[in-house]
Design a binder for this molecule. Structure first.
Ligand code: NAD
Length: 482
C-alpha cells in the first residue's frame, strides 16, 4: 500500500484531522493506497507558510530562482521510473506508452521556465513629458494558488509551478483528488532539491474545501486552475478580484475537407480521439467530413479503432488504459445514449468490456445530430463522433452550436481553404494537417476569448506574464511639475 502525505512548509505531514481517503487503481477499481483528506485548516497552514516564504524568496536573485527550477528538472529526469510507475497505477496510463511519454517530459516545463524567465524583458517607455523617464519591470504577485486536474498529473503542474517560482512567488498547490498520489511523487522530486521550505506547498483533499480555501483566503494573490468550466465558474464567483488563469475543457472539432485523403488522415484522427482514452482537453471530440469522402473515412476510422487495445496497462501490447473514474464512464454512457436516441449509429465499440476497472471500448459513432450532447459538450472519453457536411455553412452550424473552443484541426491540401478555416474557427488553437494535440511549453495555449474553454494563455512568457505584476516606475529628472 502507498500511504501518502502532503507537504507544507518543507515537511511531510498528514491532514490535521487525521482523515484519509483511498487512492484507486482505475484498471482494477481497487484501492492501492491512501491520501490525506486535507481541509481548510491544512490549506490555511500552507497559505501561512507560503506567505512567510514569499517574503524572502522574492529577494533571491532571478538567476538563482531559475537554477532552482532547473534543479527540479534534473531530479525529474533522474526519477522517470517512479513517475512512470505511479502514472500507470493511479491513472491506468499504459506503462510502455502514455505513462512513459508523460514521465519523460515532466522536467521540460521546469527547464523552459528556467530559460525563459532570464529573457522575460520589460521595457522603458517613451512619453510626452520631456522630464520623465518611465521604466517597467516584473514583480512577483505573492502567493499563487495552483489547482490541477487529474488527466496529466505529472505534466500540468509543470505548466504553473516552475513559472510561479522563477518569478519570485510562493505556491499553494492542490491536485485533483483522483490523481493525488502522482502529485505526491512529483512533490518528492521537488523536495529532493534545495528549494527553501514554504516556496511550494502541496495540500491534498476535496476541491470544494481545500481548493476553495486556497481561492477565497486573502493570503493568496492569484489563482491558476486547469479543469472544467463548471469549476471555473465557481472559482470566479468566489475569488473576488484576484487575477485568474483558467485552462478549461474543449470539444475539439476536426474538419476534413473534400481534398483530404481519408486513409492518410484516419490514423492521426483516431489517435487524437483515443490517446489517453480520450481524456485530453485538446482531443478530437467531433469529426466533420465532406459528404464526398465520408463513407471512406468512416470505414478507415472503424479499422483504426481496432488498433487500440484495451487491457492491463502494464502489458506491452496494450495502448489504451481505463477512464480515470466512474464519473467519466457515466458521462460517456450518457452521451452515447443521448446521441443514439437522437438518431446516431454506433459502428464500432460502444460498450464497456467485461473486465474490472473503468474501461470503455474505443467507439465510432456516425450521423449525430446538432443538438446531441456529443456535439454540445465535452465527452472526455474514447469516442469518435463523425458527421458529413455538404458545404462549409452546414459544418459551421454544428461547430458553433457548442460554447467550447480550445483546440481544432483542419485537413486539406488547399492553402487558401486552410487559412480560411484557421482564421474563422472559434478555437484558441487550429492545427492544419495534424492532430489537435500539438503544443510545446513555450507556445501560447488556451481557449478562445468569451467562450467556456478558458481565460488567458498558458505557455512560456504568457505564463510568466500571469505570474507577475507589471510595475511602472516614473523618474522625474527636472524640478517637480507642481
Ligand atoms: P475539475 O474542474 O473537477 O477540477 C480541477 C481542479 O479544481 C482540481 O484541482 C480540483 O480539486 C479543483 N476544484 C474542484 N472544485 C473546486 C472548488 N469548488 N473550488 C476550488 N477548486 C476546486 O476538473 P478535472 O475533472 O480534474 O479535470 C478535467 C477537466 O480539465 C476537463 O474539462 C478537461 O478538458 C480540463 N483540462 C483542460 C486542460 C487545458 O489545458 N485547457 C488540460 C487538462 C484538462
Amino acid at each position: 500500500m502507498n500511504n501518502c502525505q502532503m507537504y507544507i512548509n518543507g515537511e511531510w505531514c498528514d491532514a490535521a484531522s487525521g482523515e484519509t481517503y483511498d487512492a484507486i487503481n482505475p484498471a482494477l477499481g481497487e484501492p492501492f493506497g491512501t491520501i490525506p483528506k486535507g481541509g481548510r485548516e491544512d490549506a490555511q497552514r500552507a497559505i501561512a507558510a507560503a506567505n512567510e516564504a514569499a517574503n524572502s524568496w522574492r529577494k533571491v536573485p532571478l538567476w538563482d530562482r531559475c537554477a532552482a527550477a532547473a534543479a527540479v528538472a534534473e531530479v525529474l529526469g533522474q526519477r522517470t521510473e517512479e513517475l512512470r510507475d505511479i502514472l500507470c497505477t493511479e491513472l491506468g496510463k499504459p506503462f510502455h506508452g502514455e505513462a512513459n511519454d508523460e514521465a519523460g517530459e515532466s522536467g521540460t516545463p521546469w527547464m523552459v521556465a528556467a530559460e525563459q524567465a532570464k529573457y522575460f524583458e520589460a521595457h522603458t517607455k517613451p512619453c510626452a513629458d520631456a522630464a520623465k523617464r518611465v521604466l517597467t519591470f516584473h514583480q512577483p504577485r505573492g502567493v499563487v494558488t495552483c489547482l490541477t486536474p487529474w488527466n496529466f498529473p505529472a505534466a500540468i503542474p509543470g505548466e504553473y509551478l516552475p513559472f510561479a517560482i522563477v518569478m519570485g512567488n510562493a505556491v499553494c498547490w492542490s491536485p485533483a483528488p483522483t490523481a493525488a498520489a502522482t502529485a505526491v511523487e512529483l512533490m518528492k522530486c521537488i523536495a529532493a532539491t534545495e528549494l527553501p521550505p514554504g516556496v511550494i506547498n502541496l495540500v491534498t483533499g476535496p476541491g470544494a474545501e481545500v481548493g476553495d480555501e486556497l481561492v477565497v483566503n486573502p493570503g493568496t494573490h492569484a489563482v491558476g486552475m486547469t479543469g472544467s468550466p463548471q469549476t471555473a465558474r465557481i472559482i470566479t464567483a468566489r475569488c473576488g478580484l484576484k487575477p485568474r488563469l483558467f485552462e478549461l475543457g474543449g470539444n475539439g472539432p476536426v474538419v476534413v475537407l473534400e481534398d483530404a485523403d481519408p486513409q492518410e488522415v484516419a490514423p492521426c484522427i483516431a489517435a487524437a480521439c483515443y490517446y489517453a482514452a480520450g481524456q485530453v482537453c485538446s482531443c478530437a471530440e467531433r469529426i466533420f467530413v465532406h459528404d464526398s469522402i465520408k463513407d471512406a473515412l468512416v470505414e478507415a476510422m472503424v479499422a483504426e479503432a481496432g488498433n487500440w487495445i484495451l487491457g492491463d496497462p502494464r502489458d506491452k501490447s496494450v495502448n489504451m488504459g481505463p477512464q480515470n473514474n466512474m464519473g467519466v464512464v457515466d458521462k460517456m454512457t450518457a452521451h452515447l445514449e443521448d446521441a443514439i436516441a437522437k438518431g446516431a449509429t454506433v459502428v464500432a465499440g460502444g460498450q464497456r468490456p467485461d473486465r474490472p476497472g473503468f474501461f470503455y471500448e474505443p467507439t465510432v459513432l456516425t450521423d449525430f445530430s446538432i443538438d446531441s450532447l456529443v456535439n454540445k459538450e465535452e465527452t472526455f472519453g474514447p469516442i469518435a463522433p463523425i458527421v458529413g457536411f455538404k458545404n462549409d455553412e452546414e459544418a459551421w452550424a454544428y461547430i458553433d452550436a457548442c460554447d467550447l473552443g480550445l483546440s481544432s484541426s483542419v485537413f486539406t491540401k488547399d492553402v487558401d481553404r486552410a487559412w480560411e478555416w484557421a482564421e474563422e474557427l472559434h478555437a484558441g488553437i487550429t492545427v492544419v494537417n495534424d492532430w489537435p494535440h500539438f503544443w510545446e511549453h513555450h507556445l501560447p495555449f488556451g481557449g478562445m476569448g468569451s467562450n467556456s474553454s478558458g481565460v488567458g494563455r498558458i505557455g512560456g512568457r504568457h505564463t510568466l506574464d500571469f505570474m507577475s505584476d507589471l510595475k511602472t516606475v516614473v523618474f522625474n529628472v527636472g524640478p517637480p511639475s507642481v
